[in-house]
Every structure is written in C-alpha cells, then in structure tokens.
Design a protein around this ligand. Structure first.
Ligand code: 5GP
Length: 201
C-alpha cells in the first residue's frame, strides 16, 4: 500500500502526565531538524536551563490575556491547576504553509481544542508501557503528599482513558524508539504503524 502524497502534516502529541512527552519531543528536536516543533507560550516561570523562545515563550498573565484577546492562540489550557499554556497560531500556520512537518506537544485539553480547529491533523497518544510504570514515574520522587499522590493517580487514570479519542497510539518503551515512530508518521515515504485511520492534511 502506498501513502498518498501530502504537502505537509501536523502531528499533535499528547498523553497522560509523566508519560515522557517532553522527553520524546526533545529527542525529535535533537535528531530531526527538518521537523518544526511549536514553541508554546506559558505563564509559568522558567526552570533552570530553560531558554525563552527555545523551550517556551515565558510571558506574564497580562501578555497571555492579550494573546487570547487577539486570537493569537490555536489552543490554550490551564495545566496542573497552576499555569496557562498555549500554542501561538501564526508560526504553526507558517510552518505548514512552507510544507514542513510540524508537531505540537500539548496536554489533552489542548489536543481536544485542536481537534476542533485543525481536523486534518494527526492525533498521537503517547502511552506508558504499563500502569505500574506510569505510577512509578508519577510518584517516583516520593516528594508528594499522600493526597497529592492520589490526585495525580486519579488524573492519570482519566487521561489514559482518552486514548480512544486519538488516531494513533505510540507506547513509550524507550524514548528514542518512540521519537522515531513519531517522525515516521510525518514522513511522506514510509508506512506508519497506524492503528486507526488517520486523516491527511
Ligand atoms: P511543563 O510545565 O512540565 O513544561 O509542561 C506541563 C504540561 O503542559 C505538559 O503536559 C505539556 O504537554 C503541557 N503543555 C506544554 N505546552 C502546551 C501548550 O501550548 N498547550 C497546552 N494545552 N499544553 C501545553
């Protein structure tokens, strides 16, 4: 079976908290400069080593409000009840117009919004190898209270249930392998391991 030729493809990567989306996206960034990866705006402060314009656009609440008011965001959400995160619309449109493969790494709330506005995108769910592994990654640090731990586990269970909303599932056994599977989904010349039927851009 040959893949239909398409000018470009937008991949939206989402998945439960602590599954390793950011690490997989970083691996794609490091090894596949041909893939354009969206830089989100966020109201959370930078962590040590994070660079404005590279990891995120770090903005104030007022700046984020202005981006919403100006319809500059493709989607946005409050994540972990803590900060707002959003995808600047224009750079995504520019990358797609150039024909570059493009990727958004966002949370589930954001992915649901993009489903509504960019129906041609391919929605990829990153899944942990097992429930036990996700629990280990979530509570591994042992720094959270019992209550916080329970809250995170409840959230993770709900998030895992969202898999059926997605076009494709990639199991994050190993970061590099997951990243390569993701990039294969954006390639014109390879046959990805599609589990449900994807839509072309
Ligand atoms: P962190 O603060 O650890 O970098 O990211 C926290 C969460 O925010 C991750 O689950 C990440 O996927 C999500 N996130 C990052 N950028 C965006 C965005 O532009 N929109 C949405 N909806 N979520 C985002």
């Amino acid at each position: 079976m040959t893949e239909p030729v398409r000018p470009s493809r937008l991949v939206v990567l989402a998945g439960p908290t602590a599954v390793g989306k950011g690490t997989v996206a970083a691996d794609v960034r490091a090894r596949h400069p041909e893939v354009w990866i969206s830089v989100s705006a966020t109201t959370r402060p930078p962590r040590p080593g994070e660079v404005d314009g590279v990891h995120y656009w770090f903005v104030s609440d007022a700046e984020f409000d202005a981006m919403i008011a100006g319809d500059e965001l493709l989607e946005w959400a409050v994540v972990h009840q803590a900060a707002r995160y959003g995808t600047p619309r224009r750079p995504v449109e520019a990358a797609l117009a150039e024909g570059r493969p493009a990727m958004l790494e966002i949370d589930l709330q954001g992915a649901r919004q993009v489903r509504g506005t960019m129906p041609g995108a391919l929605f990829v769910f990153l899944k942990p190898p097992s429930w036990d592994e996700l629990v280990r990654r979530l509570v591994g640090r042992g720094t959270e209270s019992e209550e916080e731990r329970e809250r995170r586990l409840r959230t993770a269970r709900d998030e895992l249930a969202a898999e059926t909303e997605f076009d494709v599932t990639i199991v994050n056994h190993e970061v590099h392998e997951a990243a390569e599977q993701l990039v294969a989904l954006m390639r014109f010349d390879s046959q990805p391991m599609v589990e449900h039927s994807p839509t072309d851009l």
